[in-house]
Write a protein that binds this ligand. Structure first.
Ligand code: AMP
Length: 278
């Protein structure tokens, strides 16, 4: 496994590769969710490249960029075990040199949910992912269903801008009790960790009511909202039942629907989702 820190070297190495290239972009502090993406990519491609870059452009002022958890040594040891060929770990100066002024903006699907709560977030995500795609030129890039809206935004970018690669979605990896793995779970105190289960419980409730025949999206949102509100440490950012492609809120769940939510547990903001009627 080779660690690469400059764009020039990554580009040079990429140029020497023959066959398919799988790519997994991450912000590091790796857990089993990331490793699941890595395993899919390893199985399906001749060469595997993973990037670790905490992207300042996707954090808003007052968000956790400075305190975002980092442990590059541990990350590298985990990736080595998974048989990764190259780890690309550029500095922020390398990715955004002085005078950088170009941004990728995906309209509409970026404006809802996460985009509404975190203005500029998806502009930062789309820009860095576009840059990474240009440098790595992957055959396939792997993203987690955990960040459902991010996946939709990236797919839209790839399609709208004619990027020559396949975007592969990987199902969410969860703790045995249902909590979706996230680097931000490390912020939770034991009491908050317990309270954080309410996200999974609320998604389970939506699934259960829908299975029993409840098709009113508003009823489903209301039931989920009251369940989350009964948890004293939880504060809702949004509860959404939307079209899985346009992210427009639904009235009736009479076709596939993305049920997604963002909830603050103490100071930690967590997101999760499921799809109904797939
Ligand atoms: P991040 O490091 O948070 O930017 O995540 C890097 C990639 O890992 C993204 O495509 C995420 O959607 C994915 N990911 C994060 N958590 C999980 C999880 N619990 N299950 C599956 N994929 C995940």
């Amino acid at each position: 496994m080779k660690v690469v820190t400059t764009l020039a070297e990554m580009r040079e190495l990429r140029g020497q590769l023959a066959g398919s290239v799988g790519f997994v972009p991450t912000m590091g502090y790796l857990h089993e969710g990331h490793l699941e993406l890595v395993r899919h990519a390893r199985a399906e491609n001749q060469t595997l490249i993973v990037s670790i870059f905490v992207n300042p452009a996707q954090f808003g002022p007052g968000e956790d960029f400075a305190s975002y958890p980092r442990d590059p040594e541990r990350d590298l040891a985990l990736l080595e075990k998974e048989g990764v060929d190259f780890v690309f770990m550029p500095s922020a100066e390398e990715v955004y040199p002085q005078g950088f002024t170009s941004w990728v903006e995906i309209e509409k699907v970026s404006e809802r949910l996460e985009g509404a709560t975190r203005p500029g977030h998806f502009r930062g995500v789309a820009t860095v992912v576009a840059k990474l795609f240009n440098i790595v030129q992957p055959t396939r890039a792997y993203f987690g269903q955990k960040d459902a809206q991010q996946l939709i935004v990236i797919k839209k970018m790839v399609s709208d801008l004619d990027m020559n690669l396949e975007v592969v979605a990987v199902p969410t990896v969860r703790e045995p009790d249902g909590l979706a793995l996230s680097s931000r779970n490390s912020y939770l105190s034991p009491e908050e960790r317990q309270a954080a289960l309410v996200l999974w419980k609320a998604l389970g409730l939506a699934q259960e009511l829908w299975d029993k025949g409840e098709k009113s999206a508003e009823r489903l949102r209301q039931e989920m909202t009251s369940m989350i509100e009964s948890e004293p440490l939880a504060k809702i950012d949004y509860v959404s039942i939307a079209d899985p492609e346009t992210l427009e809120e639904l009235e009736e769940v009479d076709r596939a629907a993305l049920v997604s939510l963002a909830v603050r547990i103490g100071k930690t903001r967590l997101i999760d989702n499921i799809t109904l009627g797939e």
